[in-house]
Ligand binder design. Structure first.
Ligand code: BG6
Length: 288
């Protein structure tokens, strides 16, 4: 059984270990996966060496959880879920996978920022070459609310200049670095030679990242997550970010999946479930 231990700066975390040797570290702040190592010892997620790991501050790298707001707005950027302490619900393991689940519910503090009652659950399912994350949002209140949710995943790459993200050919996007106009991506794959920050609304459900640090491709399959955001800060923005090394933009790409472009409406008592599967390509996995 996985047990809570103290991680960096004494922050509580859990290490999930699959029998294949694959490992996943999840911090209770934000139900934030900070490290995922596959069965061959490859690091799949990027984590900044400058991340502060300070209670109440976002962790720079891994898989930040976005809820109930994406980007800037009335709430803290990307929502309050990533800077709140979640409750550990438990872990389980079978031959096929190691699982753990975490929950965040409204508190006096969240209701002060966002006047709604809710329950959010993150479930992590780790297999030898796969990580599946199920994201459940429940409206436990008496009125409908609007929300955005997603996984702001930082993937570790060998060198950003050799990275491509395919699956978005022909898809519409909005470039956050330009105006709000919708453009169509005519390139066979997204490649990186400058700051990139764009949302693809209603993007295809399957994407492939080539050029990952492991030397293998990573397939992303999303479910009930409408949108994809692709982000790399490049040189100037990297320099402006205090919790990110000047050269670290070369070793990461964020491929974010979620309901990030337009908020969804969740009626009272309703439950919304979405999921993302990250698969290191080339190995077949048994379902669990
Ligand atoms: C991306 C946004 O999702 O997150 C970028 O599109 C932003 O504009 C990036 O810079 C990182 O955000 P933060 O709050 O974690 O620094």
């Amino acid at each position: 059984m996985a047990e809570i231990r103290q991680g960096i700066n004494g922050m509580d975390c859990l290490e999930l270990v699959h029998q294949s040797g694959a490992r996943l570290v999840i911090y209770l702040q934000g139900a934030h996966a900070t490290a995922w190592r596959d069965a061959h010892g490859n690091d799949i997620l990027f984590m900044s060496e400058k991340s502060s790991f300070k209670s109440g501050h976002p962790i720079r790298g891994g898989i930040p959880v976005v809820f109930p707001q994406f980007g800037d707005g009335l709430l803290p950027k990307h929502g309050f879920a990533r800077i709140n302490q979640w409750k550990y619900l438990g872990a389980d393991s079978s031959d096929a996978c190691a699982m753990s689940a975490f929950e965040l519910t409204d508190s006096e503090e969240t209701r002060r920022l966002w006047p709604h009652t809710f329950r959010v659950e993150m479930e992590f399912r780790l297999r030898s070459e796969e990580l599946e994350i199920v994201f459940t949002v429940e409206n436990t209140g008496a009125e409908a609310f609007e929300f955005q949710n997603g996984l702001h995943t930082y993937f570790a790459v060998g060198d950003i200049s050799g990275v491509s993200v395919s699956g978005l050919h022909g898809a519409e996007y909005v470039d956050f670095l330009r105006d709000a106009a919708k453009r169509r991506d005519i390139r066979p794959a997204v490649v990186f030679d400058r700051e990139t920050d764009r949302v693809y609304p209603y993007a295809p459900d399957e994407l492939v990242i080539r050029g990952a640090a492991s030397g293998r491709a990573i397939k992303i399959v999303k479910h009930n997550m409408n949108d994809v955001v692709i982000w790399n800060p490049w040189i100037e923005k990297a320099r402006r970010m205090p919790d990110f090394g000047d050269d670290e933009y070369k070793r990461m790409v964020c491929v974010e999946t979620g309901n990030l472009h337009a908020p969804l409406v969740l009626p009272k008592g309703a439950i919304h479930t979405s999921a993302a599967l990250f698969r290191i390509e080339g190995v077949r996995q048994a379902p669990c």
